[in-house]
Design a protein around this ligand. Structure first.
Ligand SMILES: [Zn+2]
Length: 427
C-alpha cells in the first residue's frame, strides 16, 4: 500500500514532497531497505515482474535502461511466467535472464501457493524493526563507497577495480598473511618495509609523490597523513559535478596504476616509472572525461599535447570598470606548474581585463620559448574575441605580432573553479 501511494504507475518514486512528516523517512529508508526485501515465490500473482526483487537482490528494472514512458507499458506479474507445472518462460526471456547471470530454473516456485514477502536478513524472513536497524546500519557504515564506484563516468574496468579495492580483496601481502599463508613480504616499490594496504596505497614514498601530484593538478588540499579513501574521494565535494567526476577518476586510476605497477614489477620484472604511471592516469582521465554525463563541450578536460603549455588566465576588476588585476598560471602537460605571473592593469572593465590577460600571458610564454599554447579562460566573451578575430583595437597589433612567433594555439572556456588559482592571484 505504501508502495502504491508513493510511486507512479511506472514504478518511479514520486519526486515531489508529500505533505507528510514521515515521507522523507520513507524516501530514505526505501533505497537502503530494498536489498533486504525478497519473496518466496508461489503462484507469482502478487509479485511485480519488473519492480520487485524476486530474481536478484535488486529489481530487474534496475538492470535495464528504458525511458520512463516505456516502463509504463511493463506491467507483467511473475505469475505470467508460471503455469501449474512451474516456470513457463519463453526461450528469449530465458536467454535474457542467463545474460544477466540468472538461471531462472534454479529459483523455486510453488504454483499452488500464495506468494510470501520476506525480510531476507532474518532467518525466518520476518521483518522486525530491530533487525532492519541492524542490517541497514551495517550497510551504511561499510558501503559509503557505493556512490563513488558505480558512477556513469567510470568505465567498467575501473569500477571493478574500485570494488575490489573498497572490499579489501586485493591480494596484498598482509591480506595473504592474514589468511594463514606464510610469506616474506617487502614493498615492491621502495623495498624498505613489509607491504600492507596502508603502506602500498598511502605511506610508501613513491605513492606520496603520486598523491601530491594528483592533488596539485586539481588544486586540492594535499593528502594528509591520516586520510584514507573516503576523505580523499570527498576532497572535490564542493566543486562542480564534472570536476568531481574527474577527481574520482583520478583517485581510482592512481590506485589502479599503483597496483598494476606493483604487479608488473613483481611478476614481470618490468618497472613503471612515476612518469609512466602519471601518463597512464592522465590518459585514463582523458577517456573517462568523454564518458561523464555532465560534459559541457567547451569545458571538456583535454589532454595536453606533449610540447604544449597550458595557460589558465584570469583577469578581474573590482567594479566594472574598476581597478583590475590579471593573473596567469602556466602548466606543462603533466599538470606541473611551470610559472605564474600577475600584475595590476589600472582601471578597466572585466572584458578588457580578460583580453589583456591573454595577450600578456601569451607574450610572457613566448619570451620563455613556449610556442605551443593552450589558452583557458573562464570568460567566454574573451575567448570568443580571439577565436573570431574580433579583438579590441587597443590590442590588435600586439596580437598579430604575437601570432607570428607562435607555432600553435588553441582556446577553451572553462568554469571559474577549474582555474581558481589564477583567479585568486588576479585579486
Ligand atoms: Zn614502499
Amino acid at each position: 500500500m505504501i508502495y502504491a501511494k508513493f510511486h507512479t504507475n511506472s514504478g518511479k518514486r514520486i519526486k515531489y514532497n508529500k505533505n507528510s512528516s514521515v515521507w522523507p523517512g520513507i524516501k530514505f529508508a526505501e533505497t537502503i531497505n530494498k536489498p533486504f526485501i525478497g519473496w518466496i515465490i508461489g503462484n507469482g500473482k502478487k509479485i511485480d515482474f519488473w519492480r520487485d526483487s524476486w530474481a536478484t537482490c535488486t529489481p530487474l528494472r534496475e538492470h535495464i535502461d528504458l525511458p520512463n514512458h516505456l516502463w509504463k507499458l511493463c506491467t507483467a506479474k511473475v505469475s505470467d511466467f508460471i503455469n501449474s507445472d512451474g516456470w513457463n518462460v519463453p526461450s528469449d526471456i530465458f536467454l535474457a535472464f542467463l545474460a544477466m547471470g540468472i538461471d531462472i530454473t534454479s529459483i523455486p516456485c510453488n504454483p499452488n501457493d500464495e506468494d510470501i514477502q520476506i525480510w531476507k536478513s532474518d532467518i525466518h524472513g520476518e521483518f522486525s524493526v530491530k533487525n532492519a536497524f541492524e542490517s541497514t546500519r551495517n550497510r551504511l557504515d561499510t558501503a559509503w563507497w557505493w556512490k563513488f564506484i558505480w558512477l556513469k563516468c567510470l568505465y567498467p574496468g575501473l569500477s571493478g577495480f574500485a570494488w575490489r579495492l573498497m572490499n579489501q580483496i586485493l591480494p596484498t601481502d598482509d591480506l595473504i598473511q592474514r589468511k594463514g599463508i606464510q610469506l616474506a613480504s617487502i614493498c615492491t616499490h621502495c623495498g624498505c618495509i613489509a607491504e600492507t594496504v596502508d603502506h602500498l596505497f598511502f605511506e610508501c614514498t613513491k605513492v606520496k609523490v603520486l598523491w601530491s601530484w594528483a592533488t596539485s593538478t586539481f588544486n586540492l588540499a594535499a593528502v594528509s597523513k591520516h586520510e584514507r579513501w573516503k576523505q580523499i574521494l570527498e576532497k572535490s565535494q564542493a566543486l562542480s559535478t564534472y570536476i568531481n567526476d574527474l577527481w574520482i577518476t583520478m583517485v581510482l586510476s592512481v590506485s589502479r596504476w599503483l597496483w598494476n605497477a606493483r604487479n608488473k614489477l613483481r611478476f614481470d620484472e618490468r618497472k613503471l616509472s612515476i612518469r609512466e604511471i602519471q601518463n597512464r592516469v592522465l590518459r585514463e582521465i582523458d577517456n573517462n572525461a568523454k564518458m561523464s554525463k555532465h560534459v559541457v563541450k567547451s569545458c571538456m578536460w583535454k589532454l595536453l599535447n606533449i610540447s604544449e603549455i597550458k595557460l589558465c588566465c584570469d583577469g578581474s576588476s573590482l567594479g566594472n570598470p574598476g581597478p583590475s588585476g590579471i593573473g596567469v598560471v602556466y602548466r606543462d602537460w603533466e599538470g606541473r606548474v611551470m610559472g605564474r605571473f600577475y600584475k595590476s592593469v589600472g582601471i578597466t572593465t572585466n572584458y578588457l581585463a580578460e583580453v589583456n590577460t591573454i595577450i600578456d600571458g601569451v607574450d610572457k610564454a613566448i619570451h620563455r620559448g613556449w610556442k605551443n599554447l593552450w589558452i583557458v579562460s573562464d570568460s567566454s566573451a574573451a575567448i570568443n574575441a580571439f577565436t573570431t578575430h574580433k579583438i579590441p583595437w587597443k590590442f590588435r597589433n600586439k596580437w598579430i605580432q604575437l601570432l607570428s612567433s607562435m607555432q600553435s594555439i588553441r582556446f577553451s572556456a572553462t568554469w571559474r573553479e577549474a582555474d581558481y588559482l589564477a583567479d585568486t592571484m588576479a585579486k
